[in-house]
Write a protein that binds this ligand. Structure first.
Ligand code: XMP
Length: 513
């Protein structure tokens, strides 16, 4: 679903491009990222209210440097160039860009030298975030210099009549003190956007679009209890009512009471048409004697598809599959991606649409995770549900290292419940991206009372992260860790040792398998 008013962001490969989009959306204005080659015809037909040219790793004079069509500056649409974007403006409109004597990286002092519309209410002197090796040495005709920094005499430029602006620094980065103000000036004062990107508006438009698309047919969705698919299910249910069939496959690999809680919540609070399939026995029998992580993942993925497909066939009217795909998964990226090795085969419901010949409904294809959470909140999903840590598709099977069986799953469930409850009662759950317990496939010697024990080890994992791609281990207060360890060893039968994982990602991964 695309709102009428939008800011188009052309991506030249900066690591901050997604951040620009998020900052604009935080201002309640819809923004969309496209690779720099996005055609002028498309831009013309979409009529964005403004265009932002992102930064990028190359120099405008590099042989393979991305280029743009200069017609972009003749569309009567305001343009803001950031870093590489500024240099492109300069180069394309007749200015000059040269390598700087000193690469500027990190914080720099910026001084506004001309009160451009872009700098309305912006402090004359402030700190900005820089990351560049080239400088604009000559500005194009019709432009003026609007700001400078110690190493960049031309740190910002503008052509106020044509509404073309450029800044050498990154306003989207939090270290740029006045960054949000600058983006706000661009979006509202210069582009004339209004604040229409709100959860309420999104829900109303999405609901109408889904109704329109599905007509009198039906849709199906796999409801695992994850945040994205749950919010998607509630939204689509609002549009289709009973014509949305939700299937919850209990693989027997969920956390303690999880399946029952999910069923109860969705049936009682949202009146979803929800089918509960308890397939634990099937999953566990197929996982018997399997210890290889990749093999576990493959078995779980294919068993899931088999169970889901069998159920779906009972509803011949179903033509659509609802998925909670998010924006970061679909953004066309300009960064050159090498063929990367498979680290882990992620299990999700991928493969289902083709196999079952289903069309997709992906209401969140243009949304970031925090926006989905805001929509979930608006749809009355409980805060503690929306704020839940991510949980992997293969569930506890990748947290019971070695062979997975009911006894070992139960040990892990008990330990994990204590761990998570303690984190919640310490008030730090929301500081942590993901926390979970892992049952190791080794036994160690301990002493309880006067007796020797030879029992299992629980490893605790807690990480901070913004997207799960990189992660750092969480620095717990030692007293909290001590308390968790004591409680687990005291009350979980079969565990006599608790360890804490202090590895970051990379080189480790978040899950152990
Ligand atoms: P790793 O272990 O690769 O995990 O550092 C990164 C994030 O992805 C989650 N994860 C999965 N999510 N299906 C999922 O939907 C999977 O198969 C899967 N494996 C890992 C993991 O929990 C972490 O948030």
């Amino acid at each position: 679903m695309t709102p009428e008013e939008k800011i188009l962001i052309l991506d030249f490969g900066s690591q901050y491009t997604q951040l620009i989009a998020r900052r604009i959306r935080e201002l309640k204005v819809y923004s969309e990222i496209h690779a720099y080659g996005y055609s002028i015809d498309k831009i013309k037909s979409e009529k964005p209210k403004g265009i932002i040219l992102s930064g990028g790793p190359l120099s405008v004079y590099d042989k393979n440097a991305p280029e743009i069509n200069s017609e972009l500056f003749e569309l009567d649409i305001p343009v803001l160039g950031i870093c590489f974007g500024l240099q492109l403006i300069a180069k394309n409109l007749g200015g000059k860009v040269e390598p700087a004597d000193n690469r500027e990286y990190g914080k720099a002092k910026f001084e506004v030298t001309y009160k451009s519309k872009l700098f309305k209410n912006v402090d004359e002197n402030s700190i900005v975030w820089m990351s560049h090796g080239d400088l604009v040495s000559q500005i194009p005709e019709g432009f003026i210099i609007t700001g400078k920094s110690e190493n960049s005499p031309v740190c910002s430029i503008s052509n106020e009549t044509k509404k073309i602006y450029g800044v050498q620094f990154h306003p989207e980065v939090a270290h740029t003190k006045e960054g949000v103000k600058i983006l706000r000036n661009f979006v509202f004062d210069i582009c004339g956007c209004s604040r229409t990107w709100t959860p309420q508006n999104f829900i109303a438009t999405a609901e109408a679009e889904i109704k329109n698309k599905v007509g009198s047919k039906s849709a199906i969705c796999a409801l695992s209890g994850g945040v994205d698919s749950s919010v998607a299910a509630v939204l689509v249910n609002k549009a289709l009512g009973d014509r949305l069939i939700c299937v919850h496959v209990d693989s027997g690999l969920m956390r303690k009471n999880e399946s029952a809680d999910i069923i109860k919540m969705f049936k009682e609070n949202f009146h979803l048409r929800l089918i509960h399939i308890n397939a634990s026995e099937l999953f566990l029998s197929r996982l018997k004697n399997v210890t290889d992580p990749e093999q576990k993942r493959k078995i779980i993925g294919s068993t899931f598809i088999e169970v889901f497909e069998k159920e779906a066939k009972k509803f011949p009217d179903v033509e659509y599959l609802v998925q909670g795909t998010l924006y970061p998964d679909v953004i066309e990226s300009v960064s050159v991606k090498g063929a990367s090795a498979t680290i882990k085969t992620h299990h999700n419901v991928g493969g289902l649409p083709e196999k079952m010949n289903l069309k997709l409904i992906e209401p969140f294809r243009e949304l970031f995770k925090d926006e989905v959470r805001a929509i979930g909140k608006e749809l009355q999903l409980a805060d503690d549900f929306i704020g839940r840590h991510p949980f992997p598709g293969p569930g506890l099977a990748v947290r019971v290292l070695g062979e997975v069986n009911e006894d070992r799953l139960n040990i892990l469930r008990e330990a994990d419940e204590i761990y998570i409850n303690e984190i919640k009662s310490a008030g730090i759950y929301n500081e942590i991206w993901q926390a979970f317990a892992v049952l190791l496939p080794v036994q160690t010697v301990g002493v309880m009372g006067d007796f020797r024990t030879y029992e299992n080890v629980i490893a605790l994992r807690a990480v901070t992260s913004t997207d799960g791609m990189t992660a750092d281990w969480y620095r717990f207060d030692h007293a909290i860790l001590e308390n968790i360890s004591n409680k687990i060893i005291r009350s979980v039968k079969g565990v006599n040792r608790v360890v804490y994982d202090i590895s970051s990602k990379p080189p480790s991964t978040i899950e152990w398998e």
